[in-house]
Design a protein around this ligand. Structure first.
Ligand code: GDP
Length: 378
């Protein structure tokens, strides 16, 4: 959009100069040989051409190069979080409201408890966590009784389920002057490359220097996509030719990070779900090669929230292959199944650290259990 605007303005200015030139010459034919270029020291400042000088200036016929695109400034943390919290509430509030309506009934009979269970299961909370939650709600509401407290009780119990005590900080800093290295894994289509791009923007917004490694060398489109993310915010993207060994790209990226004293290197990896042994070989090698230069500080598993049980099965495979330290749950904006947060954390014993809430460049937020439960309750 910005590039087009510059191009249109440049063309308009040229047109004005041309027309002014023709008018001043009064219909004289332009000389066939180009006028000698005035020496640089006498050339008028380009910003203030007079009709006289404009008339003498030869207009080059070569196409006008559009100005280099200005770097984007990623959205700042405060406004991003406010915006994304609203979006989270918009997508998830059905679950909490449904539960509250059921819990506020005059009589909490067996049918009602069954409906509560169904609501939780539909939102992908998972069987065991659902049964635990219902049991706790039954006990507390039986003892404490008052329906008006249902909201408070539900909030507390949901928060316990989401496990507010987990450490969700992203480990993006290295030690001993070396960069932090974030390895991003997950199946194709989960939103891995997009997430790498979004994380780099968050770090750039915090004035950190970042290098990206496009180690998903099996898909040219993924490499291109990552290069575009990098260009937009002025972040270097290390890439290899299609089919290059992913480990060598990862190595080069971390090397560049070390050489340029970058704060963080983020490495995108291939997400082919081949057999487990193949995946293990590939990711194992990437990690080993990286660690010749700097330890991997964070392994993020990207999971599409809309894929339910399938996503969980994939998550299990990845967590058996690499030591996952954090989960990024993408596409929560397109799913009312936020309960998957509970299941995946239980399954892997690893916290959800980030949530993707849209296709926009800055639609990634840290996962905040309190804000999440409040979004559920609407
Ligand atoms: P990859 O194959 O895992 O690298 O996946 P991509 O990063 O190419 O993403 C696949 C698609 O998911 C793209 O169309 C993204 O725009 C989209 N996507 C990624 N994250 C989100 C998200 O949080 N919300 C939504 N709605 N779409 C997302």
């Amino acid at each position: 959009m910005g590039d087009w605007l510059y191009l249109v303005i440049a063309i308009a200015v040229l047109a004005v100069v041309l027309v002014a030139g023709l008018l001043v010459r009064g219909g004289r034919r332009a000389p066939s040989a180009p006028a000698p270029t005035p020496p640089a020291d006498v050339a008028p400042p380009p910003s203030a051409p007079t009709a006289e000088t404009a008339a003498e200036v030869e207009v080059p016929e070569a196409p006008v190069e559009p100005a280099a695109p200005a770097l984007e400034r990623p959205e700042g943390t405060a406004s991003r979080l406010v915006r994304l919290r609203q979006r989270l509430a918009g997508s998830q509030s059905g679950l909490g409201r449904g539960l509250l309506a059921l819990l506020s009934r005059d009589r909490l009979d067996e049918d009602t408890w069954e409906s509560i269970e169904d609501t939780l299961l539909t939102a992908d909370v998972g069987v065991a966590p659902t049964q635990e939650l219902v049991e706790r709600l039954r006990t507390r509401l039986r003892v404490e009784g008052a329906a008006e407290d249902a909201r408070v009780v539900l909030r507390e119990e949901l928060l316990a389920l989401v496990d507010a005590g987990m450490d969700r900080r992203l480990q993006v800093s290295g030690a001993d002057g070396r960069p932090g290295v974030v390895l991003v894994v997950g199946v194709n289509g989960s939103g891995k490359t997009t997430t790498v791009g979004k994380i780099s923007r968050i770090l750039v917004a915090e004035d950190r220097s970042v290098v990206l490694g496009a180690a998903d060398t099996f898909r040219a489109a993924a490499v291109e996509q990552l290069a575009t993310w990098g260009e937009r915010v002025g972040v270097d993207v290390v890439r290899g030719a299609e089919g290059t060994d992913p480990a060598s790209v990862a190595f080069e990226a971390v090397k560049e990070g070390v050489d340029t004293a970058a704060d963080t290197v983020i490495v995108d990896t291939a997400g082919r779900l081949q057999n487990k042994a193949g995946l293990m070989d590939e990711l194992g090698k990437v990690k080993r090669v990286i660690e010749k230069q700097a330890p991997v500080t964070e392994v993020l598993l990207v999971l599409d929230a809309t894929t339910g049980q399938n996503g969980l099965i994939q998550a299990r495979v990845f967590s058996e292959v690499v030591d996952v330290t954090g989960i990024v749950l993408t596409k929560l904006d397109g799913s009312a199944k936020g309960g998957i947060v509970v299941q995946v954390q239980r399954e892997l014993g690893v916290p959800v650290k980030l949530v993707g809430l849209g296709e926009g460049a800055d639609d990634l937020a840290p996962f905040d259990p309190g804000a999440f439960v409040d979004a559920l309750l609407g």
